[in-house]
Design a protein around this ligand. Sequence first.
Ligand SMILES: [Zn+2]
Length: 312
Amino acid sequence: MELQQLAPDVHACLQEDKGLGYSNSGLIARGKGLVVDTFWDLPHTRAMIELYRGVWNREPGQLVNTHHNGDHCYGNQLFEGAEIIGHEGCAEALKNDDPARMQMLKGLGASGDPVLEDFARQLSPWDFEGIELRPPTTLVKERLQLDSCEFPIEVLYVGPAHTVGDVIVHLPEQRIVFTGDILFRRCTPIGWEGTFEQWVTALDRIMELDCDIVVPGHGPLCGNEGPREMKEYLQYVRSEARSHFDAERSAVEAAKRIDLGPYADWTEPERIVFSVERAYREFRGEPFDAPFNPIDTFRGVYELREAMAKPG
Ligand SMILES: [Zn+2]
């Protein structure tokens, strides 16, 4: 991971995207101080804190979680005393999360099931021991203006897009936005609870902010080309999925047939299965938060990756 200064007193802690869970974070080192998102486990979050201490040797007074996924919240407990801010949907979902389940899945490396073994391999850089969930207690509904860092900071609700409780953090004076997982940059997005329509609207909203620096939830820094390309990806996948759905093909079969074109060199292109399945749920008229078993989806992802690896 590396620290990058974005503006005076504004920093990002960026993790190179090496697969599941390599998320980004931000630090506003002014006034009470504010951190945007923690990492997927305590060791990675400690390493982030170490980098932040190098530029600001104080405890941040506030922490914003952009959404409830563990790779943005599992390190919360290390910000002892910080006010934790997030959408009410984020807080509710995080309360029902269970890091011990991830540790259990990580232990299935010799289970004999190739999908679970592969998943365990992807979890191997992470250590889910000792995580105590600390959900947000200051809840955002539509918009929250923060003034504890001596310049304006807006927390804006844009969900349900990637999840039920997506917020973005906007610094209008510095023209910087931290998008959480509304934006995956040059890596294939995964969506949980939400709709294509709302996700596209959220990306439009980011572009309308007209920032110079867009900090994605995963992947490198960018400008407005990041949300623009991601919007095009979502619209393309949804429209391709529609024709396969109408032809009554399975979601995995559809994913195999969709020509990835320019998106083939985004990392983990096989994760398109998540988007196709989400599109199928929408075509069937299911609610945006219809439960699904991610391990079943990872089976499809695994199958597609194997198929892509075969020559010809
Ligand atoms: Zn994430």
